[in-house]
Ligand binder design. Structure first.
Ligand SMILES: [Zn+2]
Length: 332
């Protein structure tokens, strides 16, 4: 485990002396929002305080950004990236369609320049050519952002993913390293992606991993407890801790959707916590208890003080209900 240190927002703790903080940026004059930019690796950075956590890789091919934060922080994200490098932003990869992860898509992509310039060729559609940075996501993110079932999209077309995939693993090789994007088809939502920078040894997890609270499982958007646990297991399997020399503050870094930088053991603990609560809920269901009775039995006990909430958008009871409904659907 990393020795921790509290920073500005109170939500990030970093290994003392390992990461370089590049200081705070004011997101917008008068907005009061403050971003924290951390250098995690020679060519990899993290921005916190802009909605969801943002990661970006820098190199001679340009900048690859994972998530674009909230719309209100988009200009500050672009400014923070430009302060680190003069290279153009080439890609924005979205880990889900949540507004705190895609809200800056339009501004961040427009500040960049796609790799695909020129007139056609390579089998690429013309609307992929010559514009801002490409936006890559699982197909379901485009479906949500483009406004399915006749609804009007809350986002302009240029904020939508320009490249989508629906296979389990999408890969690229940019800035001298392999980048793997793993689709998690039914975890926090149906469009979650985990992004692994193999040489930097950094994983950007998205909202399948949230150190501030129980994971948000959005059943209405295709999430499920089974897929959530599978996504956490994928993170555990992708990362390597500092063994056998555990005293070193090394190993794969995992950037959660929200909260502090983590290592593999942090994800193991979080996965175990989610699995234990799922098992308790399932056992109570087998005893024939109703959802209300299960909630009253407090299956999240032992974890509520750290991850729970009685108020706000994602309460402990919301989490228990999501487990209950996921398990129920599987049974039927
Ligand atoms: Zn989020």
């Amino acid at each position: 485990m990393f020795e921790t240190m509290r920073l500005l927002s109170g939500t990030i703790a970093i290994a003392a002396g390992v990461f370089v903080s590049l200081g705070a940026f004011t997101a917008e004059p008068g907005s009061g929002a403050t971003l924290e930019v951390l250098q995690l690796r020679p060519n990899f950075y993290m921005i916190a305080g802009a909605g969801g956590n943002v990661g970006f890789q820098v190199g001679s091919d340009g900048v690859v950004v994972v998530d674009s934060g909230a719309a209100s922080s988009a200009d500050a994200i672009v400014a923070a990236i430009k302060k680190v490098t003069a290279q153009p932003i080439r890609y924005v990869i979205n880990t889900s369609a949540d507004p705190d992860h895609v809200g800056g898509n339009l501004t961040v992509a427009k500040a960049g320049q796609t790799l695909f310039t020129g007139n056609g060729g390579a089998g690429l559609a013309t609307n992929f050519l010559g514009g801002g940075a490409s936006i890559l996501s699982a197909e379901q993110v485009l479906t949500r952002m483009s406004g399915p079932s006749g609804k009007t999209s809350p986002y302009p077309v240029d904020a939508w993913p320009s490249e989508t995939f629906n296979q389990p693993r999408k890969y690229m090789y940019l800035n001298g390293e392999g980048i793997e994007v793993f689709h998690q088809p039914a975890a926090h939502t149906d469009g979650d992606a985990i992004v692994f920078f193999r040489r930097s040894d950094v994983v950007v997890a998205g909202d399948v991993f949230d150190t501030r609270r129980f994971p948000v499982i959005d059943i209405a958007k295709g999430g499920s407890i089974q897929g959530e646990i599978a996504a956490l297991q994928k993170l555990v399997d992708t990362a390597i801790p500092s063994v056998p020399i555990v005293s070193r503050e090394e190993g794969t870094l995992i950037i959660p959707g929200h909260g502090r930088i983590c290592d593999q053991l942090d994800v193991v603990d979080y996965r175990d916590m989610v699995t234990i609560i799922r098992d308790r809920v399932r056992d109570l269901m087998k005893q024939g208890l109703t959802l209300e009775q299960i909630q009253a039995a407090s299956p999240a006990r032992g974890y509520i003080r750290r991850y729970g909430s009685d108020t706000g958008p994602w309460t402990t009871n919301n989490f228990i209900e999501a487990i209950y409904r996921s398990v129920n659907e599987k049974v039927q």
